[in-house]
Design a protein around this ligand. Sequence first.
Ligand code: NAD
Length: 492
Amino acid sequence: MGNTLEILNYIGGKWQPSSGADYQDVVNPATAEVLGRVPLSPAVDIDLAAQAASNAFTQWRQTPAVDRVQFLFKLKNLLEENFQELARTITMECGKTIEESRGETRRLIENVEVACGIPLLMQGYNSEDIAPGIDEFMIRQPVGVCAVIAPFNFPAMVPFWFLPYAIACGNTYIVKPSERVPLTMQKIFRLVEKTGLPAGVLNLVNGSKVAVDAILDHPAIRAVSFVGSTPVARYIYSRATANGKRAQCQGGAKNPVVVLPDADMDTATRIIADSLFGCAGQRCLAASLAITVGEARSVFTEAITEVASRRVVGYGLDEKVQMGPVITPQSKERIEALIGKGQQEGAKILVDGRNTNIPGYAHGNFIRPTVLQDVPPDGEIVRTEIFGPVLGMMHADNLDQAIAMINSGKYGNMACLFTSSGPAARKFRYEVIAGNIGINLGIAAPMAFFPFTGWKESFFGDLHGQGMDAVEFFTQKKVVIERWPKEWKRKF
Ligand code: NAD
């Protein structure tokens, strides 16, 4: 992909340029190379996509579920065949390491696989003889035209928390990728095209706020899935629901990990470091606060400091690299300013990743792992989603205190505990107010057949992405009550 790519929309089965004139560069965050120019499509392109999706809907919903999923089986095979190429594209536009991009691509494929079970998953239920000769059924029908608005940090996987379930259930769909990482979806839609999926079932519109607002206001679009930062999630949830749409909006996070003195410290350190510094901290499930309990403090601090200082930072296409850059120069600047703020508030910097120089990548947005000790509980580092490779450390005297610290935060995406105690683990999962819990795990990312939950300010809505929640979200229930008493005379 040496040359600058022309990024197109895919509407009604055809690739076409945006109807507008606004474009922005897509920049490789490690090399600063311009990879493409993404259109910031105007509202008219969302309207074209919504019309194409509406036109395709009737026939698609009448296509039997067993036939609909055949396209997903084909897509799964094409994704496997293009696995390495997709991973490379993710690394080039998003910055994560090639191994992380492979992991993301695998997660995408798993969602396609689970959605292939829709003929069974979307069944309803029934009761015979709710009264003599009267039966009652619940059947699930698709909602109509649905859309997803995606973030930059998982350009491939996040749209697939929703998309395969949506179309398998008989809906038609519009994808609006993050304008910072539009190339991966260009590649995936080239594969979609090869499956022979009927025109208009899946549509792709590139853009930013204008396109998003057009989705939120379009009367034909019945349901919106969003993943991104909390302020935008709140905005999208309010506007979509005010317009009578279903909405599920996953927001930001500040994920704590608690280390008890009885944890296996080597394993805990290795796993927590991957959670903290993997994807350069740009994961909604990245741990970013470590709370040590009792004697865990000194051992864990020493171990994590050492691991943070040793992490190999560079261009993610290099297999030896363990951490890539952050997404934009503005993001780097913001993260470095937050580290400075933490220091001003009294935290001690044990490892300082600012002002780094990666040989050969002078223009990349690199920050090395950073560790801040004794961050004040009400300070900026504890309250703010940094979305960079920065660990804030706090200390608690006991597990109760650690849980209270977690529960006082405004986010509730994930919390993890490292321990060898069953009762401590049970107490933690029982009492912690967060949607995804990890015990001796640093990234509690639900498999495709479980909902990707998230509570408090990390989620607006009720049904999450993936698994049965996705089936619920992308279907509406219809209840039918039928009276056929046997004493009625036959007329045939
Ligand atoms: P973002 O909120 O800036 O952007 C997400 C999407 O919203 C993009 O498609 C963008 O075009 C659109 N958008 C941005 N500003 C908008 C506005 N004012 N009006 C309408 N649309 C707007 O998020 P990001 O920086 O791309 O992604 C990082 C964020 O996503 C982090 O906060 C991270 O925690 C979160 N995230 C959450 C989850 C989760 O499951 N909870 C998963 C991945 C990422």
